[in-house]
Ligand binder design. Structure first.
Ligand SMILES: CCCCCCCCCCCCCCC/C=C/C(=O)SCCNC(=O)CCNC(=O)[C@H](O)C(C)(C)COP(=O)(O)OP(=O)(O)OC[C@H]1O[C@@H](n2cnc3c(N)ncnc32)[C@H](O)[C@@H]1OP(=O)(O)O
Ligand code: FAD
Length: 680
């Protein structure tokens, strides 16, 4: 079956001409209607077409061009991103894109780490989440109209993960009803906040509140940094850019120091904790409620892992269909490299994972909106589950996506190493997601601690009912059960796949809990006992998060089946889900073998079934990446162009290299000529 209709996307940036014949053939051979899968991914036909209109507008707009980015200096890249911000604002006005969703769509289409990312992603959400109604009324209209530009300044030179260790102080001065912000040490310097260095006029600063020498913990404060007239830093404020980074050149990550800067009392964001005029402090209803913006951003990051990985896989799969190396036998035509099993084994599990993460993103969005509804009604009961689940999923998805982009790059051979492949910058700009919004390892501890607690509770109180995704912790009898997937066919049973993931997670939790007890029996207190099991805690968090991802993928397919999704689409999604499930068992086989859950009786059919799944996906691989519907602008890759004119595009883009502006190299006269022409 061929695609039901052609995607309505322009082929920008790529060199025009007849499309690559192999890609055309692959597209014609898809077993499912590609367009329908695109609608499924983006939430229906109408929404897809709306996104395409925005994507087309951006892709054909010269201000948003990306192809020159590799040849610009850091300062030029920052200036260009400001130009894009200005144009983004002009387009909002011109096309009446005033809704939050429209603006999000537009930013996504622009596809760059713009210096307003923190303004939109953390500054405004913190005002919304932590500000009183009056504070929201005062700052939100200004922020939404970009009359002020803000960021989220929490991390310091000396502390990021350990928020309670922050050193910036906000001392309440009752006589003037002001807070005095101060950076008492070098390590108290705010360091890293995006757009802090050069762009922001304001920021939400996290500082330790001190009232009459009493420490009241870390709280958020609204602080103006720069003049709204001339952008000069205000008195007492030292601010600047932190300098060169691994990548992320368009973002002015900054430093910030306060020298006894005074702000009015109503600049503390007081939705949950308050300081009255006389200095009376009211505690928040939950001690971690001021961390809520981070939970929001973690949920957002989980949602973007799918699209980021999908971009890398799209580039690598398309290129692997165009690229040919070696005939199988002499005299035969050369093979597309995607026909090689090793290439499929590298790329198809990542393709499956990009789809798996799509459903994880839907799940966390739903969980987050339930949580926000609860918070508005002063119900914080879901916070621990939301925090733990999002911390674990943020870690797993960003780790897999980061490693996956690198696998895609390596799978493109030499051309993958060229920046023109788009993969090096995709990787370099994405990997900090493993660090920001909570170092992944530190986040894993949070989830593991939550699971260990619930496991302990379930052990102490048989019959206790735990919430959905953690209910398996009640069932210690699961530990005695073994895998019975002794044939290839049985490995395709979702119940058996989930059983394996649940069993592994429970075993690791139980093992960790036992080790904790054993360490304490050796005489350690609980704190030191936890230190002795920390690497196991990371494994626990990952194992649980894998289970959550798979469970959601399986459930999503069931829901799609129930809502009448067509058989070809269900079939291909089921194949991807199977590959996701089996690949990550194969990747962590030791976990499953160690406790005798699996034996060679099961591993042989497991490996064989994975090989069959790779073969099953091969004819649909191009259609499956096409269904993500990226424009050439979004991919920014000479290897991933929709028309497959890879070599023509690479050649043309390389001509832009500044070294090619002259035939004779700069430096020739000083450095090459002397030894070439030297007498022997
Ligand atoms: C949809 C539209 C979106 C628009 C987006 C626009 C585009 C945006 C693009 C932007 C791109 C991305 C840019 C990146 C920007 C990056 C920003 C940042 O990095 S901001 C800084 C982030 N910093 C961190 O994440 C720090 C990590 N550290 C922590 O979170 C915490 O310190 C800690 C959790 C590690 C420990 O906290 P601590 O206070 O020390 O608590 P304890 O460990 O003692 O735990 C006590 C207790 O509290 C529970 N807890 C901890 N945190 C939370 C929480 N957040 N919520 C609920 N509960 C929490 C913990 O589990 C313990 O529970 P207990 O029951 O006692 O065991
Ligand atoms: C690109 C980028 C953008 C950022 N944007 C912002 C921003 O806008 N605003 C902002 O406030 N911050 C921002 N940050 C800072 C970021 O949030 C922190 O860097 C992050 O939270 C990690 O904290 P850290 O740097 O203190 O790492 P550390 O905690 O110092 O981690 C170093 C190592 O120590 C390990 N470790 C730490 N604690 C423990 C422990 N208890 N047990 C065992 N191991 C441990 C970690 O796993 C890690 O391997 C940004 C960072 C980057 C890279």
């Amino acid at each position: 079956m061929s695609s039901s209709s052609k995607p309505n996307l322009p082929v920008t940036n790529a060199v025009n001409g007849p499309p690559n014949a192999d890609l055309v053939r692959e597209r014609g051979a898809a077993s499912f209607p590609v367009r329908d899968l695109t609608y499924l991914v983006y939430g229906g036909q109408e929404r897809t077409e709306h996104l395409e209109r925005i994507a087309n507008m951006v892709a054909s707009d010269p201000v948003f061009r990306k192809t020159d980015r590799f040849f610009l200096s850091r300062t030029e890249q920052y200036r260009r991103s400001l130009e894009k911000v200005r144009h983004y604002k002009e387009l909002i006005a011109k096309h009446n894109l005033h809704s939050e969703l429209d603006q999000q769509d537009l930013r996504q289409a622009i596809d760059e780490d713009l210096p307003i990312g923190l303004h939109v992603g953390m500054f405004i959400p913190t005002i919304v989440g932590q500000g009183t109604d009056e504070q929201q009324k005062k700052w939100l209209p200004l922020a939404r109209a970009y009359k002020i530009i803000g960021t989220y300044a929490q991390t310091e030179l000396g502390h990021g993960s350990f928020i309670r260790g922050l050193e910036t102080v906000a001392t309440y001065d009752k006589s003037t009803q002001e807070f005095v912000l101060n950076s008492p040490t070098l390590t108290a310097t705010k360091w890293w906040p995006g757009a802090l260095g050069k762009t922001s006029t304001h920021c939400v600063v996290f500082a330790r509140l001190v009232i009459s020498d009493r420490e009241c913990g870390v709280h958020p404060f609204m602080v103006q940094l720069r003049s709204l007239e001339n952008h000069e830093p205000l008195k007492g404020i030292t601010v600047g850019d932190i300098g060169p980074k691994f990548a992320y050149e368009t973002m002015d990550n900054g430093f910030l120091r306060f020298d006894h800067v005074r702000i009015p009392r109503d600049h503390m964001l007081m939705r949950f904790a308050q300081v009255a005029a006389d200095g009376t402090y009211s505690t928040p209803p939950h001690s971690k409620v001021s961390y809520a913006t981070m939970v929001f951003m973690r949920a957002y990051i989980i949602g973007t892992a799918s699209s980021t990985l999908a971009k890398a896989v799209t580039i690598a799969v398309r290129y692997s269909c165009v690229r040919k190396q070696f005939p199988l036998r002499s005299g035969e035509p050369e093979q597309q490299i995607l026909n090689y099993q090793n290439q499929q084994a590298a790329l198809f599990p990542l393709l499956a994972t990009a789809y798996a993460f799509h459903f994880t993103g839907n799940y966390i969005r739903q969980m987050y909106s339930d949580f926000v509804r609860g918070m508005r009604a002063q119900d914080f009961s879901v916070l621990p589950e939301m925090h733990a689940t999002s911390a674990g999923l943020k870690s797993l998805t960003t780790w897999i996506a980061s490693a996956g982009i690198e696998t895609c790059r390596a799978s493109c051979g030499g051309h993958g190493y060229s920046k023109l492949s788009g993969l090096p910058s995709l990787y370099a700009n994405y990997i900090p997601a493993c660090t920001y919004e909570g170092d992944n390892t530190v986040m894993c501890f949070q989830l593991a601690r939550y699971l260990l607690k619930l496991y302990g509770k379930a052990q102490a109180k048989p019959g206790l009912r735990l919430p959905g995704n953690v209910s398996y912790l009640e069932k210690s009898t699961l530990l005695d059960e073994r895998c019975d997937a002794s044939t290839e066919e049985l490995w395709l049973d979702p119940a058996r796949q989930l059983h394996a993931y649940r069993n592994r997670a429970l075993r690791l939790v139980a093992n960790c809990a036992n080790r904790l007890v054993a360490e304490m029996q050796k005489g350690k207190d609980e704190v030191l006992a936890v230190e002795a099991i920390k690497s196991d805690m990371v494994k626990v968090a990952k194992a649980h998060s894998y289970y959550v991802v798979l469970n959601n993928f399986v459930n999503a397919i069931e829901q799609l089946r129930a809502s009448g999704t067509s058989t070809p689409i269900l079939r291909v999604l089921k194949t991807l889900c199977d590959l996701f499930a089996l690949h990550f068992i194969q990747a962590d086989l030791g976990d499953f073998l160690e406790y005798g859950y699996l034996s060679s009786l099961h591993t042989e059919p497991l490996h064989a079934q994975i090989r069959r799944l790779l073969e099953a996906i091969r004819p649909d691989a191009v259609a499956l990446v096409d269904a993500f519907n990226f424009t050439d602008h979004a991919l920014g890759s000479a290897l991933g162009v929709h028309n497959g004119r890879v070599y023509e595009t690479l050649f043309e883009w390389a001509q832009q290299e500044p070294l090619n502006k002259t035939q004779v190299a700069p430096g020739y006269h000083e450095y090459i000529k002397p030894f070439l022409l030297a007498k022997m």
